[in-house]
Write a protein that binds this ligand. Structure first.
Ligand SMILES: Cc1cc2nc3c(=O)[nH]c(=O)nc-3n(C[C@H](O)[C@H](O)[C@H](O)COP(=O)(O)O)c2cc1C
Length: 267
């Protein structure tokens, strides 16, 4: 019996071409009497759904509806892709305007479609916007407390003391949150899963006028703060592997930034 959550092949549609059988990385499909059949439970990568010319396989466990390939809306010229990659910038100045729910939906869609190791799709996207003022307060009061009581610091003490001093002088001078209207935290099993999701979210964000700042300092602070861990219920095997400030961009660039040529070894 095929489990409800596994691949289902519609034998009315299947022509027995074998495309799904050849592309199944788990060798979980075979042709019998000219029709593809599912052998056992698989890790639901969806390749059979994506490759079948007739649309015979389906994965009822996913609500996501596959989109038919159309070169007009799927393909980008290489020059545009490379320019887009080179033109992305860390954004540190944001408009005082919340991220719309429609834009958030697109960002999460972009993150959710990136690959994950073993196709676990276990990334959790913690989007903090409405409750950001309280969350910011929670983090800053913990930092002040850690600093005053001289405990182990999540970031270098001279860095922390400088930013605490600045914030005490001007409460709006917040180096860690930079007055961004939202922060996205990505918790993942494999650190690369979160990194890949973050990169695609950043590219889609840019197309919507939303700037991103990967914030390594804030990530380390939140990961070390027990109250923040409780706030996010970080009790399972996922680690906090990406922290992104998000907001509509208040500053714009007119060219790409120069870069060192990457170290490349040809063997
Ligand atoms: C993992 C990661 C962590 C980062 N953490 C911070 C940070 O804590 N604060 C900050 O201002 N920028 C941070 N950045 C941004 C880098 O400083 C920035 O990418 C680099 O200076 C190049 O500028 P660009 O992103 O505009 O090309 C981080 C970037 C990455 C990839």
């Amino acid at each position: 019996m095929t489990l409800k959550t596994d691949v289902i092949i519609d034998h009315e549609l299947c022509t027995g071409c074998g495309a799904c059988v050849r592309d199944c990385s788990k060798l979980n499909l075979e042709l019998r009497d000219g029709k593809a059949v599912v052998l056992s439970s698989c890790f639901k990568c969806g390749h059979c759904v994506a490759i079948c010319p007739e649309g015979a396989p389906s994965l009822p466990c996913y609500a996501d509806v596959p989109v038919e390939y159309d070169p007009a809306t799927f393909d980008l010229p290489t020059e545009n892709i490379i320019n887009s990659v080179k033109f992305r910038r860390s954004i540190r100045a944001f408009k005082d305007e919340p991220i719309s729910m429609e834009h958030l939906r697109l960002l999460i869609e972009a993150g959710g479609h990136m690959p994950t190791a073993k196709n676990t799709q276990m990334n959790r996207f913690d989007f903090v916007q409405d409750s950001l003022p309280e969350f910011r307060e929670l983090i800053w009061s913990w930092l002040e407390d850690v600093y005053e009581t001289d405990r182990i610091m999540p970031i270098p003490v001279d860095v922390l003391s400088g930013f605490i001093a600045r914030k005490r002088t001007d409460p709006k001078d917040d180096y860690f949150f930079r007055n961004a209207p939202a922060v996205l935290f990505i918790e993942s099993v494999d650190p690369l899963d979160a990194g890949l999701a973050a990169a695609s979210i950043e590219m889609v964000a840019r197309s919507l006028g939303i700037g991103v700042l990967y914030n390594g300092f804030l990530q380390r602070i939140v990961a070390a703060c027990p109250q923040a861990r409780a706030y996010f219920d970080m009790s399972d095997e996922r680690g906090l592997n990406a922290c992104m400030l998000l907001g509509y961009q208040a500053r714009h660039y007119v060219r790409t930034a120069p870069r060192r040529y990457p170290s490349v070894i040809l063997r």
